[in-house]
Design a protein around this ligand. Sequence first.
Ligand code: SF4
Length: 452
Amino acid sequence: MASDHAEPLVEVKGVSKLFDLTQGVTDRLLGREANPVRAVDDVSFTINEGDIMGIAGESGCGKTTLGKLLVRLYEPTHGTIEFDGMDIGALTNEREREFRKRVQMIFQDPFESLNPRMTVFQSVMEPLKINDIGDSYHDRRDRVKEVLEDVGLAPADAYLDEFPKELSGGERQRVAIARALVVNPDFIVCDEPVSMLDVSIRAGVLNLMQDLQDEYGLTYVFISHDLSLIRYMCDRTAIMYLGDIVEQGPTDDVVMDPKHPYTEALFDAVPEIDPEAERHRANVTGEVPDPRNPPSGCRFHPRCSNVIPPENWTGSQDAFRRTIQFKRRVLTDDLDPEEALENAGRDSVDAILERGLALDLPEEHSLAGEDSHAVDPSAIDLPSDAERTLRRAAEQMLDDDPDAAAAELDGEFVSICEREHPEMRETGTRVTACHLYETEERDAVAAPGSSD
Ligand code: SF4
């Protein structure tokens, strides 16, 4: 566990990673700009010596890309990463060798790091050879045996000549851990290290990794979509959404008192172990958007339950949230008039309006008695001028003119959340990127969990 006086080991400063920077043939012919995927976008954070830092988020949020940037399997497009004071993008050959020894990665699938044609001994010894560690074959063999026993593969002699396919999943991952440890690293990035293992053996591997942290004096990053693992293992946690870090801080605080609406939804979605416990609702609408075309402003705004209405909005926040969801569905071609009419069993503008205003919550999280496919506009506090605009768009949808409907809504109902990308700012013990915490002038808006 991290000490209160630990020194920074890794400093990530404004790092971005863009993929597909080049134009495709079609783009060139049509004179279109390249449209890269912003897998990681301008993230900054520090990992102190002895920390176990968690990076959590849904699949596709950029966490694995960030992990690969930390170990220099990818180069950043922008920004710098410093390891123990060295800029890892500008290492001399000698420093590069030192970095490759001190920094290791453990992958989700041990087959990614184990050559199926190599025995356990050959796989674990290979990093010693590459890093020129050990004076003789016997030195290296002794070190391999020692580290195999450290990861619980004992007696080591029984494993040395095995091939990966002859081992269980848990044993294979222990070999992958041994291969990372054999060079005595300082920093290990673990990408979903137990997600491919049987549930019954996960805790054993995680406990082993905790023990090894003390024994080897390690600093870890754990990348995981599994929030219970993050809670169990990590001192500090960063939450990622569409390439951004949206909240980071001590894990207990982030888990027990999340500030960012996305963090709140993410932890609410973790099923309760006790079936009698009250079910929390993951109050998030829709799917993660395409990272090639992320939403403007706060990338989470089309899905956010707390999205901030503009000052001139006279209805409820819930009605505003539904209104911008209607708009998003029309603009992204995600509102199917035929489906709306079929569900409603009638041919009218009302059916499209009711469908468009319904929150698109995942079925398993919908509350009993709530129709997730249609909502009566008179049941929500929707201002009459907004309803008129939405009705005009619904009429155009009914007339099979989605472009006119999109033109009707484009530029309407614009919130600060859509307009401005929120900066990271301190919120209690952590930093959060959300306009709810940008204060005085928006004090009137109740922040989730704003008790401190
Ligand atoms: S900035 Fe707005 S949309 Fe983004 S999380 Fe905060 S309240 Fe929600």
